[in-house]
Ligand binder design. Structure first.
Ligand code: KG4
Ligand code: ZN
Length: 350
């Protein structure tokens, strides 16, 4: 294997509906090939695990070939393989982990089974360079909503809070469906909201009141908000009145972003952290970004958001974490590494 400080790492991501294969050299992105099965899930309004697994199987080899072609890296030049081993959909994870083992075994290279959430954090190295240590990470996607205190992305991540029901992206998707917008709903709500009044309806801000804050200061809850939107829309329809889609979208989005920004900035202040990273598909939301930057800025907190392609699930983020693990001399996983659909963030490498 070559010098450890600039390792070529191939990353495989299959935890949900994206088959991602990325190749990096140290913190330089060489390729990031993605095949998404999102269109196959659209008519169900959410990701269907069996459909996702089958799509990963079909996409794996072509996506791997594309990643190698686009990077100009041959498989024999890869120093290590990294793969998401959890959390995620078990059947989908199995496709990635089995592929990673096959590559590791045939190439004679180490394999790192890594935590998907830590990989989201590591993605930002590819865009903005080394991560500040410590940094706070707000990860918001269709499958997860977490607030993490990151001392060292390869070994020391503390979960301060997470969603106790729906993930933030899931709430966007469900509310979009209520409003007759396509799946995945986040980008559609974002766009509709630009023409709407964010103060049109004062929707509830979950887990932000007195008693809840004692037990759930850094946790999130979005299912009450989703129900509130549903009730509001139903009442309008019952009265035979049109639903002002842009205004409801803007009011809903305002409620989600208010809670996310408020808790993330509060966490930074209480833990004395000056850098806030936002990742996951919902990080693409224009209002979340603007609101967080504005509120963080008031307290001298810097906000880092990778470009959208690095925020959503991709293989490059897994490779980025793998490269950091190799550079820091962390031990690889065993070749019989399992998948873990509920892998905790205290475990970065399986
Ligand atoms: O990270 P991601 O691609 O996949 C996982 O769920 O892990 O995130 C997808 C989620 C979807 O729920 C989608 O609606 C949401 O991210 N999303 C957005 C925006 N773009 C994507 N939510 C709000 N605003 C957006 N602009
Ligand atoms: Zn994700």
């Amino acid at each position: 294997m070559r010098v450890a400080d600039e390792p070529v790492v191939l990353g495989i991501e299959t935890s949900c509906d994206e088959t991602g294969i990325g190749i990096v050299r140290g913190s330089t992105l060489l390729s990031d090939a993605i095949a998404s099965s999102v269109d196959e899930h659209a008519r169900f309004g959410g990701v269907v695990p069996e459909v996702a697994s089958r799509a990963h199987l079909e996409a794996m080899v072509p996506t791997l070939e594309r990643a190698c072609r686009e990077s100009g890296v041959a498989l024999r030049d890869v120093d290590a393989i990294a793969v998401t081993s959890g959390p995620g959909l078990t059947g989908a994870l199995l496709v990635g982990v089995a592929s990673a083992k096959a590559l590791a075994l045939s190439l004679g290279r180490p394999v790192y089974g890594v935590n998907h959430l830590a990989a989201h954090v590591a993605a930002d190295r590819l865009e903005h360079g080394p991560l500040p240590e410590p940094c706070m990470a707000l990860l918001v996607s269709g499958g997860h909503s977490s607030l993490l205190l990151v001392e060292d992305v390869t070994s020391g991540v503390e979960q301060l809070g997470s969603t106790i029901d729906d993930a933030a992206g899931e709430a966007f998707d469900k509310v979009a469906r209520l409003l007759g917008l396509p799946f995945p709903g986040g980008p559609h709500i974002d766009r509709e909201a630009r023409a709407g009044d964010p103060a049109y309806v004062e929707f509830p801000r979950g887990l932000t009141s007195g008693r809840d804050m004692e037990r759930h200061r850094f946790d999130f809850s979005f299912s009450g908000l989703k129900t509130a939107v549903a009730r509001w829309v139903e009442a309008r329809e019952r009265d035979g009145e049109p639903v002002p889609v842009a205004d409801v979208a803007a009011s809903f989005q305002e409620a989600v972003c208010d809670v996310l920004a408020r808790k993330a900035v509060d966490a930074c202040r209480r833990r004395g952290v000056d850098d806030l990273l936002i990742g996951g598909g919902v990080a693409a939301n224009s209002r979340l970004r603007a609101m967080t930057e504005e509120r963080a800025g008031r307290h001298g907190i810097r906000v880092r958001v990778p470009r959208p392609a690095l925020c959503t699930d991709n293989g490059a983020m897994v490779a980025a974490l793998g490269a950091e693990l190799v550079s820091r001399g962390r031990s690889p996983s065993a070749l019989d590494l399992p998948v873990d659909s509920t892998m905790p963030i205290t475990e970065i490498v399986a």
